[in-house]
Design a protein around this ligand. Structure first.
Ligand code: NAI
Ligand code: MG
Length: 356
């Protein structure tokens, strides 16, 4: 029997609530499947640790995670700690430190969940957004001078490298090729940003030559928001820069009904390092502790994690259970229901066990 070593980092806000739910579903799957076991280690990293010790994770945090098969992450952010401190103190050092350069964000409208787009149902919206996750606008390059003075200046430099752009394009074309429609949309802003984004476009065209069976088109990011809202069925696989995809995937989550159902995988496609799986949403202070956080995004990302580990049957079983529970109307308030996190989790575990 295979045993997977999973590092769980629930962190802040609703993170611990949804990670506990996700682990419960994973346990139910392992028991039902019988073919694998999970050896879960929990880390108490996050904003509370920061307030206690001055650091969100220990200095050797990366070393501690290095030998796990995957990382299962909740959310980071606290009302009394600046967001750039929490993000750069925990999530980004893991993503960038482990070179998890492909951020993969599937979106579809789950049965039983209503999209805010009138007349749009499960058949009209089935996307995967691939986000460049290692450079671009979030490379962290820049600085500030003359702090607090009238002449204060700040720069935030976008970095695009040929290696970085080529590998994300290759990943996106390959993913598009593996999906039935074999169709990729490359998001850009090369009209206004005439250096990095023009190179981005050129490399997309070069990589496309290696995928003759994939049809592709190009969209300016602003026009892309319109297309996502007006013509969702015209899209399938999408690739965009770190910043663009960050924004577009929140929109995608909202169009699919709620941020509470949107998952993401931070993948090292070369498997040199553990990949990290998390819901897209943040720590949601407004609902923390109320027991109503939607665990579906976390179940979905747990399914992505199982897929990455090669447990395809369990991954599919988990999504079938989620589909069933949603279509049965066991929904948290963010998607129009009255169920609690616990209700949804128990229903999903029952569906996994085949009891309902
Ligand atoms: P958020 O995603 O935490 O919440 C936005 C809205 O969506 C809130 O109204 C929240 O209640 C709702 N929501 C989010 N997840 C939900 C779920 N599972 N079930 C039901 N409703 C849900 O974003 P916000 O409010 O902008 O940020 C809060 C904190 O989270 C900040 O400190 C921010 O920096 C951090 N953050 C962390 C992320 C991460 O760890 N990956 C991602 C985004 C934000
Ligand atoms: Mg975001």
């Amino acid at each position: 029997m295979k045993t997977y070593k999973i590092a769980a980092i629930p962190a802040d806000g609703i993170g611990p609530e949804v990670i506990a739910a996700g682990l419960q579903a994973l346990e139910a799957l392992a028991r039902r499947d019988g073919g694998f076991e999970l050896d879960v280690t929990e880390f108490d990293w996050g904003s509370e640790r920061y307030k206690r010790t001055g650091a969100l994770m220990p200095e050797d945090g990366k070393e501690q995670l290095k030998n796990f098969d995957a990382i299962f992450f909740g959310a980071v952010g606290a009302p009394d700690v600046p967001d750039h401190v929490t993000l750069w103190g925990l999530r980004l050092p893991i993503c960038q430190g482990f070179d998890q350069y492909a951020n993969v964000r599937p979106t579809r409208i789950l049965p039983g969940i209503t999209s805010p787009l009138a007349g749009v149902g499960p058949d009209d919206l089935d996307w995967v957004i691939v986000r460049e996750n290692s450079e671009g606008e979030y490379s962290g390059v820049g600085g500030r001078a003359h702090r607090g003075q009238a002449e204060e200046v700040a720069t935030e430099v976008s970095i695009f490298t040929r290696v970085g752009v080529e590998r994300i394009m290759r990943y996106a074309f390959k993913l598009a090729q593996s999906r039935p429609r074999k169709f990729l949309t490359v998001v850009t802003k090369s009209n206004a940003q005439r250096h990095g984004m023009v190179m981005w476009d050129e490399i997309a065209a070069e990589v496309a030559k290696d995928f003759p069976d994939v049809t592709w088109d190009k969209m300016l990011v602003d026009a892309m928001t319109v297309r996502m809202v007006k013509d969702p069925a015209s899209l399938d696989t999408i690739v965009a820069t770190n910043l663009h995809a960050d924004i577009l995937s929140d929109l995608a989550g909202a169009l699919a009904g709620s941020l509470g159902v949107a998952p993401t995988g931070n993948i090292d496609p070369e498997r040199r390092n553990p990949s990290m799986f998390e819901p897209i949403h943040g720590s949601a202070f407004d609902i923390t502790g109320k027991g109503i956080a939607n665990p579906v995004a976390t179940f979905w990302t747990a399914s992505q994690m199982l897929e990455h580990l090669g447990e395809m049957d369990a991954a599919k079983r988990l999504m079938r259970a989620v589909d069933k529970v949603c279509s049965d109307g066991v929904l948290t308030p963010d998607v129009g229901g009255t169920a609690t996190t616990k209700d949804v989790t128990e229903a999903v575990c029952q569906a996994i066990r085949g009891e309902n």
